[in-house]
Design a protein around this ligand. Structure first.
Ligand code: PLP
Length: 769
């Protein structure tokens, strides 16, 4: 295990994710440490050590009253805002249950952009306590502002309304005075919780002058440690303890108080209340910081769109999207450039959007591509200057690696060569680049990746020879969206339904006598074969060496098999235009032309396995082996295939085009603390950084513990396999990425492709820089 001291902050880190959590300010850390080592007493003890602790507890409460403007009511220290939200909601629901419900159909209202802690808690306790109310989201407009009309219409039947002072994803704040007016006009009795987490230290609060009943706060959003928060409860508002026990906090919240956390809060409150202290910046200063960041972002990303109106937002949050870039790409390149931001949507292989931006009616690409950049009220001018410089550097890295179009007078010396593979929602787009001739062929382009393809092609100055599909596919783009990328107009010729340039193609004969059509691609040739079965129009393509004479299996680099053969199964053949008999012939023909290890590149990758081969597929599928080795008749295959397709239809989502049951071997981990010794002991080791080229470029690290670091992005892993196998499969390979996810995926893939000595580093660069 690593020593804690070995898990270091990167000294170049630029932390712009303050809405997620903040660093603890030194004053707060010192206060917590003092309370742990010196004034460590239990505030409930009556001896002197306890009395000291009690003083810290109560004096913090006094300061909290000043900070949030609560002359009366209760302030209860909690573990954080989620606990405060539970307590508020349980208190309200218990009161509703005890008092009987007046409206015939009681409502629990919450803003559609609330933090998930609110709707989930409402639903959970509404069910658990059998309250039987209806939990309803209040819509917001395109600026994220609550629909006051909706509230006015529903408030009379509402027993609890939950709103937030400022949103954590966008910083959008609500007009609290107008909201209060509309709520109280329609229902003076309704209980009102306001999640104040993102407002503390950024919005002046005077809670006693409002009719807010409950206001939860969290320490770790304002420079105190995690695990401390507080809840304001209006005088006489219904209250039920969420935690019962020894009666601490006047019986309102039992459990020995988190005194170090409370002391840290106290230090923060003292800074906030000290008008001579400049730790917390003025609103004007924060607005100027935002302007500087927004301007820099605008220069780096000319296509940037801010997803919220700055007039309705706290200055400390910038939420933006860049058309053509996914939030994952921006996050990844920023992280490599040491800039920490968060994505509005979850970073998973399945693309998801942000429910906050969805509620605001933003376009899908904005929601899926959103980045949240958040600084804090204690951020300094120097921090912002460093951030802007780092954003510029990240921009340069993106331009040099084909993620952003470079300046016209600054064309890049492209690092791309050979096969590239991108996956979007399990669908593969393949792109073959012949660097010498600058010619490119694209196969099975996914619409969502068009922008990326376009940027790569424009930045590399490539000529697109053909944009091909393996069959008419619901999910893959019609070629027309990219046709302007095709080589100069003079060279354009008519294409068939698959995008194949008919007039430029020639007939070709395999040594086995099979006749196909081919086009040249620099030093390679692209070959088209009819492989009907999955659908009547299914075709496959080969990329092969441009040799004179007949093509043999060894000449073939890659076979793009669409859905005819997938990774882990033969493609489905139970569609209306499928034909299992024809599929049988197509499989036998393909098998006769390639060899066992030829890389097969399908239209889908459901399990992040990238590529496959007949050898691997036949080992897993006795049916495929029977077909290829001519052990069964066409009729037997048709019967057996019908059964497999039946299974697929019953077990898999409808959009699956084949059956996927491929197993992967676990790869071997090198614990981060053992990496030094491991690299020293293995002379032949090749360390592969599997992050994308723009991350590699932004990170500017070319060595790892004195061993050269080679960049093989996941998108070029299939190319790597082709060029290193089988000769080099005894070489020791160590895969590394930012966190250990992609390196794990890459190592598993390489193991499966018969590279025997493959390792990866869990925790990645985050732990070993
Ligand atoms: N509410 C908002 C608006 C938040 O941003 C968060 C934290 O992300 C929470 C509630 C939950 O706070 P805690 O982490 O203190 O439980």
């Amino acid at each position: 295990m690593l020593n804690l001291a070995d898990i270091k902050a990167n000294k170049n880190e630029i932390y712009l994710d303050n809405n997620a959590t903040t660093a603890v300010l030194p004053q707060a850390a010192q206060a917590a440490m003092h309370t742990m080592s010196t004034c460590f007493g239990n505030p409930s003890s009556s001896h002197s050590t306890g009395i000291q602790a009690k003083y810290i507890l109560e004096s913090t409460r006094q300061l909290a009253r000043q900070v949030i403007g609560a002359d009366d009511g209760d302030i209860i220290f909690t573990s954080g805002a989620t606990e405060g939200i539970q307590t508020s909601i349980i208190s309200a629901l218990a009161a509703i249950k005890q008092g009987g419900m007046t409206p015939s159909k009681p409502l629990l209202l919450y803003g559609a952009t609330e933090h998930k802690a609110v709707p989930e808690t409402l639903k959970h306790w509404n069910d658990m306590l059998e309250v039987g109310a209806e939990v309803v989201a209040i819509p917001v407009d395109e600026n994220g502002l609550l629909d006051h009309q909706f509230i006015a219409e529903h408030i009379a039947d509402t027993v609890l309304i939950c709103t937030m002072i400022a949103n954590n994803e966008t910083g959008v704040f609500q007009d609290m005075l107008a909201l209060e007016e509309i709520i109280r006009k329609g229902n003076p009795e309704v209980l009102w919780m306001v999640d104040c987490v993102q407002g503390l230290g950024k919005i002046k609060l005077n809670l006693s002058s409002t009719t807010i009943d409950y206001a939860p706060f969290s320490g770790h959003k304002l420079y105190a440690p995690k695990g401390i928060g507080m809840l304001y409860v209006r005088q006489n508002a219904p209250y039920t303890p969420f935690i019962a026990g020894g009666g601490q906090e006047q019986g309102l919240r039992s459990g020995t108080e988190n005194l170090p956390g409370i002391a840290a809060l106290r230090a923060i409150f003292e800074l906030m209340l000290d008008s001579a202290d400049e730790t917390f910046k003025t609103h004007q200063q924060l607005v100027a910081y935002r302007q500087q960041l927004a301007k820099t972002l605008g220069v780096v990303f000319p296509a940037i769109v801010f997803n919220h109106d700055f007039n309705y937002s706290l200055p400390t949050t910038l939420n933006f999207s860049v058309k053509g870039l996914s939030s994952k790409e921006i996050m990844d390149v920023f992280d490599a450039a040491n800039i920490r931001v968060s994505s509005g949507s979850a970073c998973s292989s399945k693309v998801t959007g942000s429910f906050v931006l969805d509620a605001m009616g933003k376009a899908q690409w904005q929601s899926e591509g959103a980045i949240r950049m958040s600084f804090g009220p204690a951020t300094t001018q120097q921090d912002i200057d460093r951030a802007c410089a780092a954003i510029f550097s990240a921009g340069v890295a993106m331009r040099q690696s084909g993620l952003l179009t470079p300046d016209p007078d600054n064309a890049i010396d492209s690092k791309f060569e050979g096969l590239q593979q991108w996956v979007y929602n399990n669908q593969c787009t393949w792109c073959y680049i012949d660097q010498a001739s600058k010619q490119v062929v694209i196969i099975d382009a996914v619409a969502e990746l068009n922008h990326k393809l376009r940027t790569l092609i424009e930045s590399g100055g490539y000529h697109v020879r053909a944009i091909l599909t393996t069959h008419q596919h619901d999910l893959q783009v019609s070629n027309s969206e990219l046709t302007d990328l095709l080589a100069p107009m003079s060279e354009q010729t008519p294409v068939d339904a698959h995008g194949w340039p008919i007039e430029q193609s020639q007939t070709l004969e395999f040594d086995s006598g099979v006749i196909a059509s081919m086009i040249n691609l620099g030093s390679k040739r692209v070959i088209k074969l009819q492989t009907p079965g999955h659908t009547h129009d299914s075709v496959s393509y080969f990329i092969a060496n441009n040799t004179s004479g007949a093509v043999t299996a060894v000449d073939i680099d890659y076979a793009f098999t669409g859905d005819t053969i997938q990774i882990g199964g033969i493609g489905r053949s139970d569609f209306t235009d499928s034909d299992s008999g024809a599929l049988f012939d197509s499989l036998q023909m393909l098998y006769s032309l390639v060899n066992n290890d030829t890389l097969l590149c399908p239209a889908h990758d459901y399990k992040q396995l990238f590529t496959t081969s007949f050898a691997l597929e036949m080992a897993e599928s006795p049916l495929l082996a029977d077909v290829c080795l001519q052990r069964i008749s066409k009729e037997q295959f048709v019967d057996a295939k019908a059964q497999v397709d039946q299974q697929i239809a019953e077990q898999l989502p409808a959009h699956y085009c084949g059956y996927i049951q491929q197993s992967t071997q676990p790869c071997v981990n090198i614990a981060p603390e053992q990496l030094n010794d491991f690299l020293a002991e293995h002379d032949d080791v090749l360390v592969i950084d599997v992050r994308e080229a723009y991350e590699f470029e932004a990170h500017q690290q070319t060595q790892l513990k004195q061993k050269p670091l080679v960049n093989v992005p996941l998108s070029q892993l299939t190319h790597f396999v082709r060029h290193h196998m089988p000769v080099n499969n005894q070489q020791t390979l160590v895969c590394i990425c930012r966190s250990g996810n992609r390196s794990d995926t890459a190592a598993k893939m390489l193991k499966r492709m018969n590279f025997n000595r493959v390792y990866h580093v869990p925790g990645g660069f985050a732990l070993i820089h």
